[in-house]
Design a protein around this ligand. Structure first.
Ligand code: TYM
Length: 334
């Protein structure tokens, strides 16, 4: 097995990136690029598993690229590209469709959530989406995959697929089994309106999330309106067990100020949640609004963003083609 650390991750270009994407994934992407070879992909083929207006998709690919750069990803250090520009993703996905099992896909909770009550009407692409995700990772023989906790099950499936391929084609260690890198303290940012649901692009109310392009005023308004608790902040994290919204706000504050939850609680015990909310809005404005402003600035230069993607896809394609040559050989394709 290759000993070199190779990081791969992807983000769907389906509209506003939010605080969950930022704390669960993007911040980690940036810190990993210092010491590892990193490949970050705007996964447009994943996005079309649910219908996307073509014009919006085009704009969203560029906006996601701009947000990658605005959070600190450096195209000279990391490979940044869009998935559909490297056709190897689709080709390997087909091969892996033939390795992966229907029973494995039937267990995927995200399909159940996204398909809703009428599964018959979901696209076939949505159902086999996790196989494409495995193809993304294995195409580069990535060893580490930074993601939020919601992607853990898909990562486990990628490992199962890699292992089955290695067994079926008698090539032990051909594909490394990719390790998820999930933030320890805050792996799932929850909705500001319902602390039992993850913060997501698809939740109807914009008040449920902090978008990376929100202005200071919007952040203040959303945090003010966020659900919390009528009691004061307790002095013990255990007392927050049944108060998911309050816990979520305290967790976000701790993550941004780089403190443990315990330290935040010990500093704020006895205060009303309005106290936390004022402080939280302040630190969020400091952290998030520069990213939003930089994204807007970058979006004014679309030729530059397209150049970044083109250069990235050329580099990605070289690795992908080399690996695909070996994969085709293993499978017996001429
Ligand atoms: P996507 O586009 O939904 O989300 C991008 C990244 O953000 C993380 N994330 C969160 N983390 C914490 N709290 C939240 N509320 C939250 N919401 C989103 C996600 O875990 C993810 O890391 N299937 C993937 C994209 C993908 C991919 C891949 C990832 C395609 N191929 C290969 C890794 C490797 C997705 O839909 O992410």
């Amino acid at each position: 097995m290759s000993k070199k650390k190779l990081v791969f991750s992807g983000v769907q270009p389906t509209g506003n990136l939010h605080l969950g994407n930022y704390l669960g994934a993007l911040k980690n992407f940036v810190s990993l690029q210092k010491n590892a070879e990193c490949i970050y992909c705007v996964v447009d083929l994943h996005a079309i598993t649910v219908f996307q207006d073509p014009g919006h998709l085009h704009d969203n690919v560029l906006e996601t690229t701009a947000s990658f750069l605005a959070t600190g990803l450096d195209p000279d250090k990391s490979i940044i590209f869009n998935q559909s520009s490297v056709s190897g993703h689709a080709e390997l996905a087909w091969i892996l469709n033939c390795v992966s099992r229907v029973g494995w896909l039937n267990r995927m909770t995200q399909f159940k959530d996204k398909a809703g009550s009428d599964k018959e009407k979901a696209s076939v692409g949505l159902y086999i989406y996790p196989n494409l995700m495995a193809a993304d990772i294995l195409l580069y023989k990535a060893t580490h995959v930074p993601v939020g906790a919601d992607q853990k099950q898909h990562l486990e499936l990628s490992r199962d697929i890699a292992q089955k391929f290695n067994n079926d084609f008698n090539c032990k260690d051909f594909f490394p089994l990719p390790e998820p890198l999930i933030p320890k303290n805050i792996s799932r940012i929850m909705s500001l309106r319902d602390g039992t649901k993850k913060m997501s692009k698809s939740e109807e109310s914009d008040y449920s999330r902090i978008n990376l392009k929100d202005t200071a005023d919007e952040i203040i308004k959303k945090i003010k309106k966020a659900k919390s608790d009528s009691e004061t902040i307790p002095d013990d994290a255990k007392l927050l067990k049944n108060k998911p919204e309050a816990l979520n706000l305290l967790n976000i504050y701790s993550e941004i100020t780089k403190n443990s939850l315990e330290k935040t609680i010990s500093e704020m015990a006895g205060e009303d949640y309005s106290y936390l909310k004022t402080k939280l809005a302040e630190v969020l404005i400091d952290e998030i609004t520069p990213v939003g402003k930089e994204t807007q600035k970058l979006l004014k230069d679309k030729p530059y963003l397209k150049k970044v993607l083109k250069k990235g896809s050329e580099k990605a394609n070289i690795i992908a083609e080399e690996n695909l040559k070996n994969i085709r050989e293993k499978v017996g394709l001429i």
